[in-house]
Design a protein around this ligand. Structure first.
Ligand code: PRP
Ligand code: URA
Length: 209
């Protein structure tokens, strides 16, 4: 069974409150999502392997640690996942970025794939699949399946807000993929929206609708 990590850092929780607030406009919403993505990236990279190197300080030589150079790939689920990419790249600037395009059919709520462009070596990379909302879990689960079919072996899922229903689906479909979120909300409503949630993440990021 995969694990769920809820990032309860005060800065993340503070910013998430304003992200949720319907009176927060597009510009501020986008900036806050970007900032929270950076803070989440800091937490999500905690287990990155280090290796020892020798350096010279102005005083002496010493052994010190650097990242072991594990290859990272970021996979935002279009469109809303894009809003978190730059925030993560702030901390992992050398990561390759692949894109998966999915939309939820408004009638069936089932995700439909319309685009995929991925790093050629995804099987060697540690992938972070990025989407602000984990609602029914359909989009994330289909995206992870699509990545596995193309060779991906090692993945984490990073979301701002998850519904318990979505967590259950991803855990059942992908017990090997840990889930990292800023909040787990109460439930979904009849339209598949997370309650209390933040509304439609894509529309709020891009000012559509
Ligand atoms: C939203 C969101 C997720 C999906 C979550 O995208 O960004 O991808 O819904 O819902 P689910 O867990 O029930 O699948 P949407 O389909 O609205 O597309 P968009 O990002 O293009 O706005
Ligand atoms: N997608 C969103 O953007 N918001 C939700 O609450 C559910 C799915």
């Amino acid at each position: 069974m995969s694990r769920v990590y809820v990032f309860d850092h005060p800065l993340i929780q503070h910013k998430l409150t304003f992200i949720r607030d319907k009176n927060t406009g597009t510009k501020e919403f986008r900036e806050l999502v970007d900032e929270v993505a950076t803070l989440m990236a800091y937490e999500i990279t905690r287990d990155m392997p280090l290796q020892e190197t020798e350096i010279e300080t102005p005083v002496t030589t010493c052994k010190s640690k650097v990242l072991a150079g594990k290859k990272i790939g970021l996979i935002p689920i279009l469109r809303a996942g894009l809003g978190m990419v730059d925030g993560v790249l702030n901390l992992i600037p050398a990561a390759k970025v692949g894109h998966i395009g999915l939309y939820r059919d408004p009638e069936t709520l089932k995700p439909v794939e319309y685009y995929a462009k991925l790093p050629t070596d995804i099987e060697e990379r540690e992938l972070i699949v990025i989407d602000p909302m984990l609602a029914t879990g359909g989009s994330a689960s289909v995206a992870i399946t699509a990545l596995k079919k193309r060779g991906a072996k090692n993945m984490k899922l990073m979301c701002l807000i998850a519904a318990p229903e979505g967590i259950k689906v991803v855990q059942e479909d992908h017990p090997d993929v840990d889930i990292f979120v800023a909040a787990v909300d109460e439930q979904l409503n009849d339209h598949g929206y997370i309650v209390p949630g933040l509304g439609d993440a894509g529309d709020r990021l891009y000012g559509t609708k």
